[in-house]
Write a protein that binds this ligand. Structure first.
Ligand SMILES: NC(=O)c1ncn([C@@H]2O[C@H](COP(=O)(O)O)[C@@H](O)[C@H]2O)c1NC=O
Length: 515
C-alpha cells in the first residue's frame, strides 16, 4: 500500500486531497493539527507518532525528524541496497509528501513582532521533509503549493499519473520555496543583528505578474515584489482600471511616486522616461496639477501623473483632456472615477502616500542596480536638507521667496537623471535638463524649455559646477538664485560669476547623483 505524508500549516484544500488519496487506497499519515483536521473530516489517517514510535515533543519542535520518515523518503526504489536497508529496519517507503511551512513571513509582518515568536516560526521538520522528497523526486511526488493539489487529484482520479517532467517541476518548486523561506529568515536575522551589508546577500522576490515584454518588445520580462512589499510602494499599488501595466509603466510610475512622496503639501508630478517633465505644488490638487501641466504641456502627453491627494472631479476632467498612460493617487472620488474610467486605456492606480523610506519589514530600503556579473546595492537617497546644510556663498542672500523656490527645486533635482538641472518658479518646474554628459548642456536644455519663464526663476543642480560656465549661462537666462552642493576646486570662479550677475547662490554640501 502506498503512503502519503501530510503535514501542513495552511490547511487550505487538504481535506479534498486526503479524500482523493484515500479513495485510491493510499494510506495517509499526518502530524498533530493536520491529523486532527483530517480525522474530524472522517478521513482514516495514521498518526505520525505511530510511524516514528515517538510522541511529538517540545511543542512540535520534533515530530517528523526520524529515520522512519527520512528513510521512507530518501530510499531510491530502484536501488536494491536502499530497499534492503529500509526493509531490514521495518521502514516503509513514503510516496507522496504534502507539506507547507510555519508562517514565518506572516509572523514577521505582524506589527511589533516578538523575536521569540519569529524564531518559533522557523520550520525545521517541514523543509527537511520537503528537501528529502524533492531530492528523491523520481520516487516521491512532493507538493508544497496548494495550487498543485488539483493536478494530483486529477492524476489519481483520471488515471493520468504525474509525468517525470511534472515530478521534477514539483521538486524544483520545492527548492525555490525552501530557498525563499531561508532567505527570508536570513534577511530577518541580518536586520535584527544590525548587519548592513552582509558577506552574502540572500534575497527573495515573488512574482506579481508576467509582463508582455520588457523595455522593448523583443525583451521578455516579469515583475517581482519583495515579500511584504509595503502599501506605499509601487509593488503595493492597486490597479483600479485600465490595461495591464507594462515594464516601462511600472518603472515610470515608481519614479513619479518617489517624487510626489517628497511633498507634504498637495503636489503633482508628470513623468516621461523616469524623469519629471512637470512638478507643481499648490494649496489644492487642481492647482498643483495645472502647474505641473503648464510646466511642459508638450512632454506630459503620453506621460504618467502622480498626485499625493485624492483626485477630484475638476482635476479628473482636466486630466481627461489629455492622453495619459497612468494616473496614480492615494484615491479617486466617485465623480473622478466616473470621468476617468471612460478612457479605456488609461490605467488608474491607488498607492498610499507614506513618505519614501517608510515602514519596511526586512530593513532599510535600498536601491539596486544590476551590472554584468554583479549587483550594486546602496541605501536609498532619502537625505533631506536641514537649515544647517544651507550655506549662502554669494554677496547677495536669497530672499525668503527665492529660498522657498530653491528648496522646491532641490527636492525635484534629486530625482532627475544626472547631469541634472532644474529651473523653477513659484512652486513649479519650468525647465528640466536631464541625463546630459555635461552640466552646462543640461542647463541649456532647461533654459530653452523655460524660455521667458527663466527670467526671475531659480536653478538647482544635482552636483557641483566644475567651472563657471553654468552660472554664466544662468545669468544670461535671467536666473536670480542657484542651489548646488558646492565642492568643486573651481567653486571660487562660480561664486565670482554669481556675484557679478547679482545671483544669490547657496551650497548644500549634499550631492544627488542619480543614474
Ligand atoms: N519539527 C518537526 O518535526 C516538524 N515536522 C513537520 N513540521 C511542520 O508542522 C506543520 C504542521 O503541523 P500540524 O500538523 O501539527 O498542524 C507543518 O508546517 C510542518 O512543516 C514540523 N515543525 C517544525 O519544525
Amino acid at each position: 500500500m502506498k503512503r502519503a505524508l501530510i503535514s501542513v500549516s495552511d490547511k487550505t484544500g487538504v481535506v479534498e486531497l486526503a479524500q482523493a488519496l484515500v479513495r485510491h487506497d493510499i494510506e495517509v499519515v499526518s502530524t498533530g493539527g493536520t491529523h486532527k483536521l483530517l480525522a474530524d473530516a472522517g478521513i482514516p489517517v495514521t498518526n505520525i507518532s505511530d510511524v516514528t514510535g515517538f510522541p511529538e515533543i517540545m511543542d512540535g519542535r520534533v515530530k517528523t525528524l526520524h529515520p522512519n520518515v527520512f528513510g521512507g523518503l530518501l530510499a531510491i526504489r530502484g536501488n536494491e541496497e536502499h530497499m534492503a536497508a529500509i526493509e531490514g529496519l521495518n521502514i516503509r517507503p513514503i510516496d507522496y509528501v504534502i507539506v507547507n511551512l510555519y508562517p514565518f513571513q506572516a509572523t514577521i509582518e505582524k506589527p511589533g513582532v516578538d523575536f521569540e515568536d519569529a524564531i518559533e516560526n522557523i520550520d525545521i521538520g517541514g523543509p527537511s521533509m520537503l528537501r528529502a522528497a524533492a531530492k528523491n523526486w523520481q520516487d516521491v511526488a512532493v507538493v508544497v503549493d496548494s495550487g498543485d493539489y488539483a493536478r494530483v487529484i486529477d492524476a489519481l482520479d483520471n488515471g493520468t499519473p504525474l509525468t517525470r517532467d511534472e515530478k521534477l517541476a514539483l521538486a524544483a518548486k520545492v527548492f525555490r520555496h525552501t530557498a525563499a523561506y531561508d532567505a527570508l529568515i536570513s534577511q530577518y536575522l541580518t536586520r535584527v543583528t544590525g548587519v548592513e551589508y552582509p558577506e552574502r546577500l540572500t534575497v527573495t522576490y515573488e512574482k506579481v505578474q508576467d509582463l508582455r515584454y520588457g523595455e522593448n518588445p523583443h525583451q521578455g520580462a516579469a515583475f517581482y515584489q519583495e515579500p511584504g512589499a509595503a502599501l506605499h510602494t509601487i509593488a503595493g499599488a492597486k490597479q483600479l482600471h485600465g490595461k495591464e501595466l507594462s515594464y516601462n509603466n511600472i518603472n515610470d510610475a515608481n519614479a513619479s511616486l518617489s517624487i510626489v512622496q517628497e511633498f507634504n503639501e498637495p503636489a503633482v508630478v508628470a513623468i516621461k522616461h523616469t524623469n519629471p517633465c512637470g512638478v507643481g505644488v499648490a494649496e489644492n490638487i487642481y492647482d498643483a496639477y495645472m502647474k505641473a501641466y503648464e510646466a511642459d504641456p508638450v512632454s506630459i502627453f503620453g506621460g504618467i501623473v502622480a498626485l499625493n491627494r485624492e483626485v477630484d472631479a475638476a482635476t479628473a476632467q482636466k486630466m481627461s483632456e489629455l492622453f495619459l498612460e497612468i494616473i496614480l493617487a492615494p484615491s479617486f472620488s466617485e465623480e473622478a472615477m466616473a470621468i476617468l474610467t471612460q478612457k479605456k486605456n488609461l490605467r488608474l492606480l491607488t498607492v498610499s502616500m507614506t513618505p519614501q523610506g517608510g515602514i519596511e519589514v526586512l530593513g532599510a530600503p535600498r536601491t539596486t542596480l544590476k551590472v554584468q556579473g554583479g549587483l550594486l546595492i546602496q541605501d536609498l537617497d532619502v537625505r533631506q536638507l536641514g537649515d544647517e546644510d544651507i550655506k549662502v556663498v554669494t554677496k547677495r542672500q536669497p530672499t525668503e521667496d527665492e529660498l522657498k523656490q530653491l528648496l522646491f527645486s532641490w527636492k525635484v533635482v534629486k530625482h532627475v537623471k544626472s547631469n541634472a538641472i532644474v529651473v523653477a518658479r513659484e512652486d513649479r518646474t519650468v525647465g528640466v535638463g536631464a541625463g546630459q554628459m555635461n552640466r552646462v548642456g543640461a542647463a541649456k536644455i532647461a533654459f530653452e524649455q523655460a524660455g521667458d519663464l527663466a527670467k526671475g526663476a531659480v536653478l538647482a543642480s544635482d552636483a557641483f559646477f566644475p567651472m563657471a560656465d553654468t552660472v554664466q549661462a544662468a545669468a544670461a537666462a535671467g536666473i536670480t538664485a542657484i542651489i548646488q552642493p558646492g565642492g568643486s576646486i573651481k567653486d571660487a570662479d562660480s561664486i565670482a560669476a554669481a556675484d557679478e550677475a547679482g545671483i544669490a547662490m547657496v551650497f548644500t554640501g549634499v550631492r544627488h547623483f542619480k543614474h
